[in-house]
Design a binder for this molecule. Structure first.
Ligand code: UDP
Length: 431
């Protein structure tokens, strides 16, 4: 029997930089082109846990092709592991966001053995390896000292991690050359990596879920799956994850419905390979939906993909993102980009995304009742909702579109290879 394949290449479509012209600010495109010039031919490997489902895969699906279009030899590989490994990494994910549950000895051992096996399957010759999130973190420790520069990219809010789990992981971070967080506040105070960079994520306006979708098409898409377009619609698009507080959304919906009787609630979620917890939440939400036909639960497994998400984010009267912890909610920026009013939990990176004060592009809330109040107010005042949506779109255009994210990454790569001999193969990756 042949050995199991441990690292899978993720195939992504080609991207043409010119396609962003007229969509993103011209200065952002000029900036990214200029920064890439010095780094052409750089070999960069991104390592992550799943090719679909969740923000990291969304980011890589867009970033890798754009890096290639800029002449960087970027590759993306996903690790493999047994279900027990992903149970353990989900526990680690939750614990790093502050949950009390930890790992037993068997889970620690299993996490390390799987990391070691994946590391052993890695080829060499990279200039930079970017390990995303805790699932790929320990691989670095099982990789020999070599010329590669390793970066840990942490997408979650690790500002107050569960101390036991953090103490277990911390030594595996020591050999990293740099770490990238979304915000300074997310970095644990005793992070053992001195070279810390801050990069907020961004959305790709050319992703089918963000493309301009004609109104009639969007309406047909939602009508097809049974949304009543004659009645108001509030939607949360999220993995089914306790930190996204799906049951808080349900409670808020029930309060809003007292004021807006025809209201529908759509809970749209994707199931990722590395997220075993989602199934239980999905089942419980379906039980609620069985009791109230105006609550609808949709997933990628029943055909709700990018286009449907696009239509939901475009046509919902309000998009809710009631997160309790959130590194950066791509869904928040995706909805704002479509000019749809957003009500979002004041958690992690969300205030930075939405903004505060008179220029804010959404409403920040804490708790169920404020969520319900904010949603009700927007449903009852469509003019205000429209103004808010327009501000949201402008804010995303200025700060949270892909070329800005790529510029930030190129900056980090630049600082990391600056101390070394000229990089890569200058002939590679000719755009
Ligand atoms: N998403 C999707 N289908 C769904 C639910 C989510 O395509 O049913 C996408 C969503 O549009 C976003 C990503 O998954 O691009 C979720 O990223 P986010 O940063 O909001 O949350 P994460 O899952 O990374 O915690």
């Amino acid at each position: 029997m042949s050995a199991p394949m441990l690292l899978h290449d993720v195939v992504v479509g080609p991207r043409d930089l010119a396609a962003y012209e007229g969509v993103v600010p011209a200065a952002a495109l000029a900036d990214v082109r200029a920064r890439a010039e010095r780094l052409r031919g750089l070999h960069v490997l991104h390592l992550s846990a799943t090719p679909y489902g969740g923000g990291v895969s969304e980011l890589l699906r867009s970033s890798v092709p754009l890096l290639r279009a800029l002449g960087i030899d970027a590759q993306w590989k996903v690790i493999t592991g047994e279900p027990a490994f992903f149970e353990a990494t989900k526990t680690i994910h939750n614990a790093l966001q502050g949950a009390p549950d930890g790992l037993d000895d068997e889970q620690r051992e299993g996490y390390l053995r799987t990391s070691e096996r994946n590391a052993a399957a890695l080829s060499d010759g990279w200039d930079i390896v970017v390990a995303h999130d805790p699932q790929t973190l320990a691989m670095r420790a099982f990789w020999p000292e070599a010329d590669e520069r390793w970066i840990w990219r942490c997408h979650i809010d690790t500002s107050s991690p569960n101390p036991d789990v953090w103490a277990f992981l911390r030594p595996y971070l020591e050999p990293f050359d740099a770490a990238v967080f979304t915000m300074q506040e997310f970095a644990p105070p005793d992070l053992p990596v001195a070279d810390l960079h801050l990069i907020p994520p961004a959305i790709d306006p050319l992703n089918p879920k963000n493309l301009r979708l004609p109104d009639t098409t969007a309406r047909q898409v939602l009508a097809w799956i049974g949304i009543d377009l004659g009645q108001p619609l509030m939607t949360q698009v999220s993995r089914f994850d306790p930190w996204k507080d799906p049951f808080g959304v349900l409670e808020a919906y029930r309060l809003v419905r007292e004021e807006v009787p025809g209201l529908q609630l759509a809970m749209v979620g994707s199931m990722a390979l590395d997220d075993p917890q989602a199934w239980d939440l999905h089942r419980r939400l379906q039980e609620e939906s069985a009791k109230d036909p105006r609550i609808r639960v949709f997933t990628n497994l029943t055909g709700v993909g990018n286009i449907e998400v696009n239509a939901f984010q475009r046509l919902s009267d309000v998009i809710v993102q009631k997160s309790i912890r959130e590194g950066f909610g791509l869904v928040v920026s995706e909805a704002m980009w479509k000019g749809t009013p957003v009500v979002a939990g004041r958690a992690g990176g969300i205030p930075m995304q939405v903004g505060e004060g008179p220029g804010a592009g959404g409403v920040l809330v804490d708790g169920v009742e404020p969520t319900a109040r904010a949603v009700t107010e927007l449903l009852l005042d469509p003019d205000r909702a429209e103004r808010l949506g327009a501000r949201g779109r402008r804010r995303v255009r200025a700060r949270f579109l892909l070329p800005r994210l790529i510029s930030d990454w190129l900056d980090v790569f630049d600082t990391m290879v600056a101390a070394r001999a000229p990089v890569g193969d200058a002939a590679a990756g000719e755009p």
